[in-house]
Design a protein around this ligand. Structure first.
Ligand SMILES: *Cc1c(COP(=O)(O)O)cnc(C)c1O
Length: 381
């Protein structure tokens, strides 16, 4: 095939921003004029709006998603001496958050079809010390709320959602952020709802957790009484909140755009199973917000994942790998005591997964081009 089409980027953050650029500039200027850069008025407005859109009672803006996990767990009463279950195939920040809360991360394997946490494996990992479970709504698809609640209720566990890739995702009538006691979001620029820098939020249904969070993010300064927690400085900047507030009303459209592009990918790629190309399964249809569109390049494929990625790059198609090394094999986490072979599904996925271009505004022609490029590498017409 020819490479006459312009290269297809992995993400294009500017595409949808152009239409709201002047609104964003006005919103930034308004904060500058007002001067309430820290814990300002628009922060409160955005916290309320995003929590409401997600079906949660309270939103507490913090500096980044990693802090949202660390502080959110602390606010839920999780810390030293507690074990927290999380999947081995998540972004490392999930594990960092647990460690920063003072708790001990306990990794478990994933379901290779969905890449989501394997709840049977989670159940087997429960000990008397297990306090919480972190379902990571990986790639924009929620872990089943019903199955999660059943497990958590049976074993008296706190559910703390890592919703950093799942803004406004839905499953079984629940929005990401409304399933557990609390949830963490990230506004890293390339997330479905991204700031012009770092940002994050803890969402919760509990007034008690919300109060603790407000203290923890603000040097542990209590509003009403003295807390025992050691606080820190981790707030979402008012300017970032103002930007996010302009973007929020568009988020559902953008997510629908992603879902539509994913359906196009599925249409053309699901029939390639016999050629060893297997898209990660979508179990929540329209509710999947496709932060990433990920497929597996299995052993049945004529090329391996790295070769496919390299050849696609030559054809102008940028791809990514999320993530190439599971948490338990990362050098910094040796002390957790895991070794190769402990989580075979997570390890297999790390060798097979490839993330295709995905962003709101990705056109049908572009999707078709990506699919044609994959087929040409595989030698299929
Ligand atoms: C992005 C991300 C985080 C961390 O968010 P930051 O804002 O980068 O700290 C945590 N968990 C998952 C699954 C993520 O994708």
């Amino acid at each position: 095939m020819t490479t006459t089409l312009t290269p297809i980027p992995f993400v294009d953050l500017k595409l949808k921003q152009q239409a709201i650029q002047s609104q964003i500039e006005q919103a930034i200027q308004a904060v500058v004029d007002k001067g309430d850069f820290i814990l300002g008025q628009v922060l409160g407005e955005f916290e309320t709006a995003f929590a409401a859109a997600s079906g949660a009672q309270y939103g507490i803006g913090v500096a980044c998603g990693t802090d949202a996990i660390a502080l959110g767990l602390q606010a839920c009463g999780v810390g030293q001496g507690d074990e927290v279950i999380l999947p081995a195939n998540t972004f490392i920040a999930t594990a960092i958050g647990v460690l920063h809360s003072g708790a001990t991360p306990v990794l478990v394997d994933c379901d290779p079809q969905t890449a989501l946490i394997d709840l049977d494996a989670a159940q087997k990992a429960i000990t008397p010390k297990t306090k919480a479970i972190i379902p990571v709504h990986l790639y924009g698809q929620m872990v089943s709320p019903r199955a999660l609640m059943e497990l958590a209720n049976t074993h008296n566990l706190v559910i703390f959602e890592d919703a950093a890739q799942a803004h406004l995702a839905q499953r079984s009538g629940y929005r990401a952020g409304s399933v557990g006691m609390a949830a963490a979001f990230s506004f890293y620029p390339s997330k479905n709802l991204g700031a012009f820098g770092d940002g994050g939020m803890v969402m919760t249904r509990s007034e008690n957790v919300a109060q603790k969070m407000k203290s923890l993010r603000n040097y542990g300064a209590p509003k009403k009484y003295v807390h025992m927690e050691l606080g820190t400085n981790s707030r979402l900047d008012t300017i970032q909140a103002a930007i996010l507030n302009v973007k929020l009303p568009h988020l559902e459209d953008w997510n629908n755009d992603r879902n539509f592009a994913a359906q196009q990918y599925d249409t053309w790629l699901l029939p390639l199973r016999e050629h060893g190309i297997i898209p990660i399964e979508n179990q929540c249809e329209q509710g999947h917000v496709y932060h990433l569109y990920v497929l597996r390049v299995t052993e049945e494929c004529v090329v391996d994942r790295d070769t496919l990625q390299a050849k696609l790059s030559e054809l102008g198609v940028q791809t990514g790998i999320h993530y190439p090394i599971p948490c338990h094999l990362q050098p910094a986490y040796k002390h957790l005591g895991y070794s190769e072979g402990d989580f075979p599904m997570a390890e297999m996925l790390s060798r097979q997964i490839l993330s295709l271009p995905m962003y709101p505004g990705l056109s049908n022609d572009q999707v078709n081009y990506v699919v044609a490029a994959i087929k040409s590498v595989l030698g299929i017409n």
